[in-house]
Design a protein around this ligand. Structure first.
Ligand SMILES: C[S@@+](CC[C@H](N)C(=O)[O-])C[C@H]1O[C@@H](n2cnc3c(N)ncnc32)[C@H](O)[C@@H]1O
Length: 202
């Protein structure tokens, strides 16, 4: 990822909303302000963490989780490269331990499910730990805060996980949460898509 790409991702340049991750970033850009707290539940190669770190700035805080040491190392290196390491706490544990690591309310939690691109497919996210972490994320979420979940039904196991996440989202009270399922209707049903949960600010 080049500095130029990150800058245009963070500022208000026109976005190409092809795919779940650019759409997640669109909602995160609207939700997060300098000084905010946020979580990247699956930091992988660090792209989403870097995006969050840029939005919350040096006064903010981001907690980034991953179970793979390579992911933690790649994320750390990317943050150093872009001068954003100081506002990020890296947690080399599963996101199902969210509560034990993050002790303050947050404005956004980002899940980018599946496996590390170019990495070990054995280390992909799993329905039961993902759903456990989503439950904890809602407990930490400020009023008006958002959870984004980028899902990949096109790979083996990803379809089951997407179904589990959809069932979890569908069961949330509409009095407390707005839950959106964003699919690109002009792509294959197996294309990545985005679940968005907003804690209602009422
Ligand atoms: C699609 S990748 C994330 C991409 C990343 N957000 C980025 O910007 O590069 C999914 C990541 O989830 C991680 N993962 C799998 N199970 C996890 C768990 N229980 N807790 C945290 N991370 C997990 C994998 O190791 C992998 O790095």
């Amino acid at each position: 990822v080049k500095s130029k790409d990150i800058k245009s991702d963070i500022d208000n340049s026109p976005a190409d909303l092809r795919g779940a991750v650019p759409l997640a970033h669109h909602f995160l850009r609207a939700a997060l302000r300098p000084g905010d707290r946020a979580v990247d539940a699956t930091c992988g190669n660090g792209n989403d963490t870097l995006f969050l770190a840029g939005l919350v700035g040096a006064e903010g805080r981001v907690w980034a989780f991953d179970i793979q040491n390579d992911a933690i190392c790649n994320t750390s290196a990317l943050l150093f490269e872009h001068g954003c390491r100081s506002q990020v706490e890296l947690a080399a544990v599963g996101h199902e331990n969210l509560f034990e690591t993050v002790r303050e309310p947050v404005r956004a939690v980002v899940f980018n499910l599946g496996f590390l691109p170019g990495g070990d497919r054995c280390c992909m996210t799993l329905p039961h730990t993902t759903v456990a972490a989503l439950g904890q994320a809602l407990e930490l979420l400020l009023l008006g805060g958002v959870v984004t979940v980028s899902m990949y039904p096109g790979h083996s196991g990803g379809d089951e996980e997407s179904e589990a996440v959809e069932s979890w989202g569908a069961a949330l009270s509409p009095k407390l949460f707005n839950v959106w399922c964003n699919r690109q209707l002009n792509r294959s049903p197996a294309a990545p898509y985005l679940l968005l949960v907003e804690r209602r600010a009422i």
